[in-house]
Ligand binder design. Structure first.
Ligand code: ATP
Length: 715
């Protein structure tokens, strides 16, 4: 039984207290059983013969042992409170530590709501069992056991009759027990589902609003709440039945006892004192049985909680330290991937036979289309996952042989999705590091271009960050997390789209900071904004899980391959300093398929009709089904394309800088075929149909060109 396993596991160091607790229980049980037995002597030796001396003797014994019993009971209560407190403390610590040590795949396998339910309601239910139900059940169990022995010694025939009657009467609850167990499990799962929905609706409120998914979420929650109601009803009914049946059974048993007991008295096989003692003892045993059966639903419920908690305790991280791991030393030579193949879980290969060398101190970047495996490669360098095939080495040492702690000390990482703790700015920056001076902290904040912003807040570095930084802008969060990483002075710095939420001037500043790290820090940055990496030492171009080009910006442009194509697509845009307004040059405009082949003059005119639109992350630009009246060109940022399918809406593509959408809207008023949502701060250039049509009056060839291209595309 999991309960006993847990008790053994956590209470072994407290053996002495545990033995004391058992002793106190035995005293209590002894009294509970012996007190009714005293009635036999009171009735047969004191009351019936009217013997005063015997009465006083028995009474004194009863009073004395009663006081002793009270003292033992109180000590037992204290001990159980202490032991259960210890156990829960240890369980909580181990559970939480287990959670922290899990590999990344664990977090994609488990939903937040499900894990938090295990910490909240499951642990509460365990607390109830360990602190009250189990000790009381244990006590009642021994009472029943000893009490039955005494009942048999008083009158075995009567005891046997009562026992047979009881066994028959307990068959009912046994049958219901299985059903109750299933009902309890199903309710727990439904609670987990609902908790996940609440969690999702809170964390994803922006996306939900942006995609206008409120109704879908309400509908989903409504279904879950209805299911909870129906399942809860069944569970409560089953549990009540379990509780009710023993009471009824007890009444039937009383009838058996009085009837058969009376019969034995008349036959002279039972004295009146014995009958009174038997009856009282039976009531006491019956009460204990009743309590025991009362505890059964709670035990069943808790058994599921025990299972769910021990499931977590038994989870072993898929990525863990080997025995005797080596400590990673500061990088002096190179970071290498050797023929690495990797996929998530049992999924397809995402990285296919990837190899590269990055010299220490250099600034390297991973570029490529969305989904080509750049972030995955970065995560492997962090050892969030281990490769399926091949190896990763830092200065020739396999990552799998290094201690995780030393790796994390050497490697800093900044993700696109930054997470800030609910603590002050200072605490967030210094988190996990001691001995950081004020100057160092300010220098890091300045390097990340966030110092001035922090100083403008009323409490400066002591400003509390609330709701995990939800009140800050995406750019502020990103800059704070860059500062946090810089402050740790890592030898290797891994950056995943860290400047996506920044305006061009701030981005320029951060890029300078990153370039300034050359020589002292090995930096590997994943980005889709090629203008930010022209000074990188090495650029790795990813395509469909493979590296297809390697070189410097110039070398790759000269190569005229995929990188060149990407560069050409992104080139030709210019921005205002705050990044809110964009312009596109005529050469670039003429490369858009629908405008290809147009003369310079109409293109110049066209460029003046484009309007800048800036959106924060998570905003819906186009809603599937809405009337389309604009064509869009992405000047900066990226968007996802989502479509409705019978099983819900799904991302079907990601569009990035230089991509465009909505061409058909220039010609016809037809509903949009997909929704477009920004995945980062995005600047678009839009062209309204009415203005475009106006233009075509002066340049009819524009209309012809657009129509021709679109017709070709449709065909
Ligand atoms: N935790 C995960 N579990 C399963 N598949 C994943 C996971 N993370 C990423 N993928 C998949 O792996 C592929 C590569 O993703 P990855 O994030 O590495 O690409 P990327 O080149 O960085 O793209 P982007 O620029 O859009 O982030 C994608 O198809 C993605 O859906």
């Amino acid at each position: 039984m999991i309960l006993l396993r847990i008790i053994r596991r956590y209470l072994t160091p407290f053996k002495f207290l545990y033995l004391l607790f058992i002793a106190s229980i035995l005293i209590e049980v002894g009294y509970a059983v012996a007190a009714p037995l005293s009635l036999k002597y009171l009735v047969d030796y004191a009351f019936v013969p009217k013997d005063g001396q015997a009465f006083i003797l028995i009474l004194s014994l009863l009073v004395f042992s009663g006081l002793f019993n009270i003292a033992a009971g109180a000590s037992g209560d204290y001990l159980v409170a202490k032991l259960s407190g210890y156990l829960l403390r240890e369980l909580r610590i181990e559970l939480f530590s287990k959670l922290q040590r899990q590999s990344l795949d664990f977090f994609s396998r488990h939903r937040v709501g499900d894990i938090t339910t295990r910490f909240n309601s499951d642990l509460l239910s365990i607390e109830r069992v360990i602190g009250a139900i189990f000790p009381l059940g244990f006590k009642e169990g021994i009472t029943v056991f000893l009490g039955l022995g005494l009942l048999f010694s008083l009158q075995w025939k009567l005891a046997l009759a009562v026992l047979i009657g009881s066994s028959l009467l307990f068959i009912g609850p046994r049958i219901i027990q299985g059903k109750a167990e299933t009902a309890n499990r199903v309710v727990k799962e439904a609670e987990g589902d609902f908790a996940s929905t609440i969690d999702e609706s809170l964390k994803g409120h922006k996306t939900i609003k942006g995609l206008h998914l409120q109704e879908i979420l309400i509908e989903r929650a409504r279904k879950q709440i209805h299911a909870l109601f129906a399942l809860g009803l069944r569970k409560n009914f089953m549990n009540s039945l379990l509780e009710r049946i023993p009471m009824t059974s007890l009444m039937v048993l009383n009838a058996i006892m009085i009837g058969f007991g009376g019969f034995l008295i008349f036959r002279g096989e039972l004295s009146i004192g014995e009958f009174v003692a038997f009856f009282t003892l039976f009531m006491s045993v019956g009460q204990s049985v009743f309590h025991l059966t009362f505890f059964i639903p709670a035990m069943i419920e808790s058994n599921i909680s025990f299972e769910r908690v021990s499931e977590l305790l038994d989870e072993h991280p898929t990525v863990s330290d080997v025995d005797n791991p080596v400590n990673m030393l500061p990088l002096v030579d190179e970071i290498c991937m050797h023929n690495v193949t990797f996929g998530y879980g049992d999924g397809p290969d995402i990285l296919k036979n990837v190899s590269f060398h990055i010299p220490a101190g250099s600034f390297a970047t991973f570029v490529g289309s969305s989904g080509s495996g750049k972030s995955t490669a970065l995560q492997l360098l962090m050892r969030f996952y281990d490769p399926r095939e091949g190896s990763i080495t830092f200065d020739g040492v396999d990552l799998r042989k290094m201690s995780e702690k030393s790796l994390r000390e050497q490697v800093g990482v900044v993700f696109q999705d930054t997470f800030l703790f609910n603590a002050t700015v200072r605490e967030n920056l210094q988190m996990g590091r001691s001995g950081i001076t004020e100057e160092e902290m300010i220098a890091a904040a300045k390097a990340a271009n966030i110092h001035e912003t922090i100083m403008a807040w009323p409490q400066g570095y002591d400003t509390p960050i609330v709701q995990e930084g939800a009140s800050l802008s995406g750019g502020q969060r990103q800059r704070l997390s860059i500062a946090r990483s810089l402050l740790r002075k890592p030898k290797i710095l891994l950056l995943d789209e860290v400047t996506s939420a920044l305006d061009p001037s701030t981005e320029g500043h951060i890029n300078q900071t990153i370039e300034g790290l050359k020589g002292t820090t090995t930096t590997i940055s994943v980005t889709h904004r090629l203008s930010s990496i022209v000074h990188a030492d090495l650029i790795f171009v990813f395509h469909d899980g493979r590296i297809v080009e390697i070189g410097s910006h110039k070398e790759l442009l000269d190569l005229g391959g995929l990188y060149f194509e990407m560069w050409e697509k992104q080139a030709g845009f210019s921005f205002s300093l705050d990044g809110m307004h964009a312009k596109v040059d005529v050469r670039r405009l003429g490369k858009i398929p629908i405008f290809q082949g147009l003369e310079k003059e109409p293109l110049l005119h066209l460029a003046t009709l484009l309007t800048s639109e800036t959106y924060e992350r998570g905003k819906m630009i186009v809603r599937e089904g809405d009337e389309g009246d604009k064509f869009y060109l992405i000047a900066r940022g990226s968007v996802e394309v989502r479509k409705q399918f019978p099983d819900g809406d799904r991302r079907v593509a990601v569009l990035q800088e230089g991509d465009h959408f909505g061409e058909i809207a220039l010609l016809k008023n037809i509903p949009r075929t997909a929704s477009i949502i920004t995945t980062e701060t995005t600047v678009l250039l839009s062209l309204r149909r009415e203005w475009f049509l106006e233009l075509t009056k002066d340049y009819p060839q524009v209309m012809e060109a657009v129509e021709q291209t679109l017709t070709q595309r449709m065909n």
